[in-house]
Structure formats: C-alpha cells, structure tokens
Design a protein around this ligand. Structure first.
Ligand code: ZN
Length: 286
C-alpha cells in the first residue's frame, strides 16, 4: 500500500487537515474552525486518529519560531490571535501524534505545494505571495522553503505611495507598508467596503496593482525566482493580475530581459489545496 502522508494548514480562521499520497492526491480532508488551542488540538487529533499516516507536515500561521536550535522552536509568537500567542504548535502536535512532524509557515507550505504540483512544477524556483487579510510570501529555493534566521515577512516591505492614495495605511506596526496599503484589510479600511464590493471601481485596482507590481519587482530583484505566483482572496478580482503585469513592465523599464511576463507572474493552479499539498510535501521523503 502506498504510504499515507498527513498535512495541516493551520490558519487563524480554519485548520485544514488532510491525508494524501506522495503524488499529491488528497484522499480525505476536513476544515475545522480555529477555536481555542486545546479544543482545536483535540479536533485535529480526532481527525488523524482515523488515518494511519507515516508523517505529518504543517504549514502554520505566524509568526512562528522556525529556528531549529532555538529553545522555543515551533512556537507561535506574537500573533494578533491572543489565545494562540506562545502556543507550542509543534510540541503540542508531537504530544498527540507519534509520527515525524515538520513545520513551516503557511505561505511556505503553499509555495511548496505550487512548486511540486501546481503553477511552478516546471521551474526550479518560485515565490508564492498571498494577498488576503494580510500579505505574506514564501520562496522555494533548491526545492525547499527558504526560512533564514526568522522566516521572511514579505508583506511588511516599504514602497512608494501612489499619487492618488491619501490613506495612511492599516499595518499596526508600520502604517503604510505593503500589507498596510494592499491587503484586504487595507482595502476595506481605505474605502469602507470590501474588495468584492468594489470590483467595478477602476481606481481601486489601479492603486492595488501599483503596490503589488512594486512588490513583485522588489522580490524579483532580490531573489530572482523563475516564477511568481499571486494567490489569496484579493487576487480573485479578475482585472488585477493583468494590471499587475502591465504596471510591472512599466516600472521595470526593461532592466532585465523578461521574455514572457505571463509566464513569470501567474495565478495559482491548485484551487485552494496548495497549502495542504505543500504541508504533506514537507514530509514526502523518498
Ligand atoms: Zn507592516
């Protein structure tokens, strides 16, 4: 029998738990609302008790301590979800499940899922950016998520303000960083409406694309990934991806030869499963 792998996409709103095989087939999946830590861990344990998994990969919401030599390795740090602050995510899962467990960030897991099975399966490196309630990014280099000392926080970079944008920004730490200007939270704070209610207002998406195009350019110049995948709820606006490509070309000024921007800056292809597929891929060791 083929080996079974477990995956958890541990998010602030939901914990998605899944079981699958090494080829990226999801065989069972459940979405559990994120409750208080103890209750949530009970729900997770209950799901996996029904499956004989060999190993478990976890993509967790952050910030998380991913420094393997740190005393608090695997612990969730100063998240806005108060009850989850200082929760030893990795340690707690190890208590409940007697299998090898690996942990990374939720965006790193999504990046790994797209790299192995989705929009970046034909290239050697990729960057996955999620633009939702917050903004985050995961970089896959030499087949693995790059973590560094602390994991990257790509949503909090600084950009030039759009001339028509008078909004001060919504990031509690930096105000007008990328997340403070272009996350779903920022759109709602700027206009008093959610992005989905603003689909027909061209100025909203002009400003949004301007910020995301700058971010894409900065990431490309620093990391040089072969592909940049833009996912998350805000990217569901149909006009946004083409507009980002257009603004990117304007800003980049032909500095490097980008032969095909439609192959460089793309949408995800795994339809919401990139996080759990990437989590399982973390422990898929042949
Ligand atoms: Zn910030």
């Amino acid at each position: 029998m083929a080996k079974l792998l477990g995956g958890i996409e541990a998010g602030g709103t939901n914990f998605v738990c899944a079981v699958g095989d090494a080829e990226g087939n999801v065989l069972d999946k459940i979405t559990l609302p994120t409750r208080a830590p103890e209750e949530t861990f009970q729900d997770v344990k209950e799901f996996f008790s029904q499956h004989d998994i060999e190993a478990l990969g976890v993509g967790g919401f952050g910030p998380i301590d991913l420094d393997e030599v740190s005393a608090t390795y695997g612990t969730i740090l100063n998240t806005p979800k108060i009850k989850w602050q200082q929760v030893d995510l990795l340690g707690r899962l190890k208590q409940d499940m007697q299998v090898p467990i690996k942990l990374t960030t939720d965006v790193n897991a999504a990046a790994l899922g797209e790299y192995r099975f989705g929009a970046a399966r034909d290239v050697k490196s990729c960057l996955y950016i999620t633009v939702g309630t917050g903004i985050g990014g995961g970089f896959i280099h030499e087949g693995k998520p790059y973590t560094g000392k602390d994991h990257p926080e790509m949503g909090h970079i600084l950009l030039s303000k759009h001339k028509k944008d008078t909004f001060a920004g919504s990031c509690p730490f930096h105000g007008d960083c990328l997340e403070g200007l272009a996350s779903g939270t920022a759109i709602e704070a700027r206009y008093g409406k959610k992005g989905i209610e603003l689909t027909d207002d061209p100025e909203v998406w002009e400003i949004e694309a301007y910020y995301l195009a700058q971010a894409v350019m900065n990431y490309l110049l620093i990391l040089s990934p072969e592909r940049i995948i833009l996912g998350g709820g805000v990217m569901k606006q149909p006009s946004l991806l083409p507009l980002i490509r257009e603004k990117f070309i304007e800003l980049f000024q032909g500095y490097r030869d980008i032969s095909d921007v439609e192959k460089l800056i793309v949408a995800p292809t795994l339809n919401g499963d990139q996080g759990i597929l990437g989590a399982m891929e973390l422990v898929n060791e042949e």
